[in-house]
Design a protein around this ligand. Sequence first.
Ligand SMILES: C[S@@+](CC[C@H](N)C(=O)[O-])C[C@H]1O[C@@H](n2cnc3c(N)ncnc32)[C@H](O)[C@@H]1O
Length: 277
Amino acid sequence: MSSPPTSTSSHDQGRATVARIYDYLLGGKQNFEADREAARRLLQAIPDSANIARSNRLFMQRAVRTLAEDGIKQFLDLGSGIPTQGNVHEIAQAIDPNIRVLYVDIDPVAVVVSNQILRDNPTCRAIEGDFTRPDLILDALADGDLASVIDLDQPTAVLYCSVLQQVPDDRIDAVVTPIRERLAPGSAMVMSHISATVADRYDNTTVSEGKAVFRARAATEITLRTDAQLAALFGDLTLLEPGLVPLNEWRPELGEPDPYAAGPTPSPMRGAVAIDL
Ligand SMILES: C[S@@+](CC[C@H](N)C(=O)[O-])C[C@H]1O[C@@H](n2cnc3c(N)ncnc32)[C@H](O)[C@@H]1O
């Protein structure tokens, strides 16, 4: 990772972004004071926040490894974030160096840093894009240039890792369904998401304070979802075992540094991997 942080415009440093807050929580360097301050406030409200982020990365890595081992050759990572350790292409290409990955993020820092580390990786690319505009994503992939990275007529794994809680209920179906329905047979969808069960674990004030940090500092509204709501997002796809579960319970691996592995309390995020049989 390069340091100091990559700046893409003179306005970057005024307001926090979700990508850079998350980068800070994971111990990354691609963040500014506004992001660090937002992350500190988040940690004050929800001290578990960094553990939640770490556990999410480990889930994403296990899901990618599983799908790469099952023979998926292309990964579309929507809301991919700022690269840290164990990025999708590293995990997948350790299994098959020819696997292709397209990273899509709305945050220019995430895209610039991703393309820096992908410089010598001709089968992977990062683009700036808004996954809440699936029409634009699908148009971009229909274009000859990007279609050489992701050919949607071939089995593709779409990743929505810790991103869909940023989409309100009245938009979520319109955001996810067009992408899911465009997938070719043999494709897969990976999702991780903050669970509505956080409301059982933390009191209302704690949850409200956590949401308020994202609202005030990063202009982002967080929506919690129940298991039923999350399961519905997979449509007709078939959930792989063990289904939709706390992230640390999705095919845990021995010796993994998951902060929730040994404790009595599971991750407050749910995750699942589903395939189109
Ligand atoms: C919490 S991070 C998750 C990063 C990564 N998926 C992971 O699980 O490690 C959320 C990411 O979603 C990105 N994001 C938020 N809204 C987006 C949108 N509408 N389109 C594309 N990316 C978006 C943010 O910039 C951020 O990088």
